[in-house]
Design a protein around this ligand. Structure first.
Ligand SMILES: CCCCCCCCCCCCCC(=O)SCCNC(=O)CCNC(=O)[C@H](O)C(C)(C)COP(=O)(O)OP(=O)(O)OC[C@H]1O[C@@H](n2cnc3c(N)ncnc32)[C@H](O)[C@@H]1OP(=O)(O)O
Length: 197
């Protein structure tokens, strides 16, 4: 995975499709945690990514670059753009496979600058799976689903147990997460699908 010319996904990966209970095409995905820097509405300076499942079962996320996200004057910070892709890719794996996973490796190609005020349209898709390892990739386009490509990313997510979060995370934050997830699951049941893995 050290070079873009390498085979992707790796030879041992098998094709993977969405879980039978994955949200249907057209579904707008909820934030997975209110305090998440990538998607949480309580994080004022966060990215506030919004995601939806597309007809081809890719997940399309949008993120508008604000002044708080600058690196060079007037341009988005590269690390922050990588963060947006981490969120978009993680949301794709979690929602489509309905399993708790964490990023093990994230590779990002910066193709063109992303100005403040522009909206990135990130389309992510599952590429393959091998045991606990899921391979996923995404393309980010400027200001439209068919706009010029600004970034590409590929990532490996590893499925973990809930103990990953209870062992390493903050118990109070996990409890808040659990309550949010329960409320969302109840709401989702009424809508006919679920959100958090
Ligand atoms: C309460 C529930 C909450 C749910 C919340 C959902 C939120 C969603 C949030 C979305 C927000 C965005 C998401 C975020 O921001 S997630 C936050 C950022 N990520 C992390 O903090 C993860 C930190 N890393 C770890 O915890 C461990 O290293 C993990 C769990 C990843 C693996 O440690 P573990 O001991 O478990 O397993 P293993 O070491 O046997 O590895 C397993 C396999 O993987 C292969 N491998 C591993 N690393 C790499 C690598 N770098 N390149 C290539 N391969 C790698 C490895 O060779 C092996 O392969 P194989 O030998 O089997 O073939």
């Amino acid at each position: 995975m050290s070079s873009r010319t390498e085979n992707w996904p790796p030879a041992d990966a098998e094709p993977v499709g969405p879980h039978p209970d994955a949200p249907a095409p057209g579904t707008e995905l909820s934030e997975h945690y209110a305090e998440c820097f990538g998607c949480g509405h309580e994080v004022e300076l966060g990215l506030h990514l919004r995601s939806a499942v597309a007809d081809d079962m890719s997940v399309v996320s949008t993120f508008t670059v604000r002044k708080d996200h600058q690196g060079a004057p007037g341009l988005a910070h590269g690390g922050l753009l990588a963060c947006a892709f981490d969120e978009a890719l993680g949301s794709t794996v979690g929602n489509l496979l309905r399993t708790p996973t964490v990023t093990a490796r994230l590779e990002t190609d910066f193709v063109r600058p992303v100005p403040v005020g522009s909206t990135l349209h990130i389309a992510a898709r599952l590429d393959g799976r091998s045991g606990r390892k899921t391979y996923v990739s995404a393309e980010g386009r400027l200001d439209a689903d068919d706009g010029p490509v600004a970034l590409r990313a590929r990532a490996l997510f590893v499925t973990v147990g809930v103990d990953h979060f209870t062992t390493h995370g903050d118990p109070d934050a996990i409890e808040k997460f659990r309550q949010t997830a329960e409320a969302e699951a109840a709401a989702a049941e009424q809508r006919g699908w679920d959100v958090n893995p």
